[in-house]
Design a protein around this ligand. Sequence first.
Ligand SMILES: Nc1ncnc2c1ncn2[C@@H]1O[C@H](COP(=O)(O)OP(=O)(O)OP(=O)(O)O)[C@@H](O)[C@H]1O
Length: 584
Amino acid sequence: MNSKVAKPTSVLKWVVSMLVPYKRQVVFASLALLVGSLSWLAIGQAIKALVDEGFSTSDSSALNQAMTIMLSLGLLSGVAAYFRFYFMTWLGERVSAEMRRRVYHHLLSLSPQFYESTKTGEVISRFTSDTTVLQNAIGMSLSMALRSSVTLVGGMVLMLVSSWQLTLYVLVAVPVVLVPIKVLGTKVRHFARASQDRVADIGAYVDESLHSIHTVQSYAHEQQDKHRFGERIDEVLVAASSRIRYRALLIASVMALSVCAITAVAWMGVLQVVEGSLSAGELSAFMFYAVVTAGAVATISEVLGEIQRASGAGERLLELLHVEPAIVSPQSPLALPTPCRGCLSIQEVEFAYPSVPEQPILSRFTLEVEPGERVALVGPSGAGKSTLLQLLQRFYEPQQGRIALDGVDISQLDLAKLRCQFALVPQEPTIFADTVLGNIRYGRSDASEAQVQAAAVAACADEFIQGFEQGYQTQLGERGVRLSGGQKQRIAIARALLADRPILLLDEATSALDARSELLVQQALERLMANRTCLIIAHRLATVIDADRIVVVDKGQIQAIGTHHELLESSALYRDFAELQLVS
Ligand SMILES: Nc1ncnc2c1ncn2[C@@H]1O[C@H](COP(=O)(O)OP(=O)(O)OP(=O)(O)O)[C@@H](O)[C@H]1O
């Protein structure tokens, strides 16, 4: 989602905004709701006729007529209930689908900074459980609450028509019932939110341990995980039990108070019938309405808890939607010269990660990279090499200095356009749970199968792919569990080759491959690096020797720049690096 779109401030507004495209269905649902409730209420009038005319006059035709009307009304309210249920559930599904879509779009726009401080498992839980809670609330609880509200209002009016005096007594009883709804309802909502939070913690924990299952099992950490997970489950139960307690109290008190009120009113009604100021039919109709109205109040109080729980879930989703992406495209982005030449200019960059602002990672970093140049970055671990690659793609913003691509400040470029100029081959290649074809096509979805295969051939990957039973259609499994390290790297190289971006950002893998794999990866990389600007975090001596320039980085600063031979002379740090490489 674009950060410029105004975001709703309340859950209700948000839900309404999502219902707008489905006006027709909302009208159908409302009609069904109205017809259902009104026909149900009309049964009261039939009861009145039945008692006053059918019983007292012993007129069988009046009795039959009243019974037929009652049956027809019952049938009509049944049919209406079908349509109400159908449309409301349908709307619930649509709204939750739209909600998931909006939140997912927004999550994709958030910068890495957000994911540094948020557990992905927790976000996933918000997605699944909170949207499901809202879906049920809209599809079921809201439908019941609306029907009951219509019944409540209609019932009250008809009670008034039947006997205003008895209605007055009922009205006195109403606040007595409403007080617990108000007081306990707030409590229910509070605890509902707390229990959803705890459920999200569980999601985060499961996500982390299942994604690290190899580490969990190889350290025999299962017992500790079971124990910690058990603690989190207990926290969910504690939070849920408070919610359940208040909700049970809410339902029980409303029901008990309603029954007491009805009994008291019935008692007074019977006295009036005895006095002759009210007919038996009128009292029957009144009591019918009183019961129906009390039932409506009870239903409302019951589903109000659900609605409040949903409102808590909605708030959490809205919170997520309100997180502003730390990095956004400028309002009026500048255009890049076409074709992009791949000239990078990094001037006096100062940078510290926003989470640790007091620790400078890059300082006074200045580097010009010519189009087509191959620049190797070497330096100790933690020197800031990966950080530099992140800054180039504008995942973070330097606090000072300027980074330009083909002479245009990257902060003035559209984010997607900027990032489209880079092909990234990370140390740990990302493999998606998709086919080989889908994985290679990742950076260029319109590539033909022949183009994919050509990229795979150039990346020395075609041979092993052809060895799979289903070739390019083979599913690679989540995170590429079915591939060896070298194979993953070659798939990532094929992906970058196919994407064919002007600048290559390569973080060489440190893990050693066997000699044949190493050779294949090296050949693949040579093809990938040809004819484009390359910035390589180099761990191999071969790469640095072949580079046009080598930049030695230490503690966020450039220590030396030169060719392999120049640096062997001038930089002690580089000599250490080179010796280490030779030894290994
Ligand atoms: N997201 C982050 N938040 C805070 N600090 C970070 C973050 N990422 C990296 N750092 C810190 O920034 C420093 C530079 O990290 P960086 O990954 O750029 O180093 P590097 O030179 O690429 O190291 P390596 O060769 O080990 O990958 C390190 O001290 C690291 O702890």
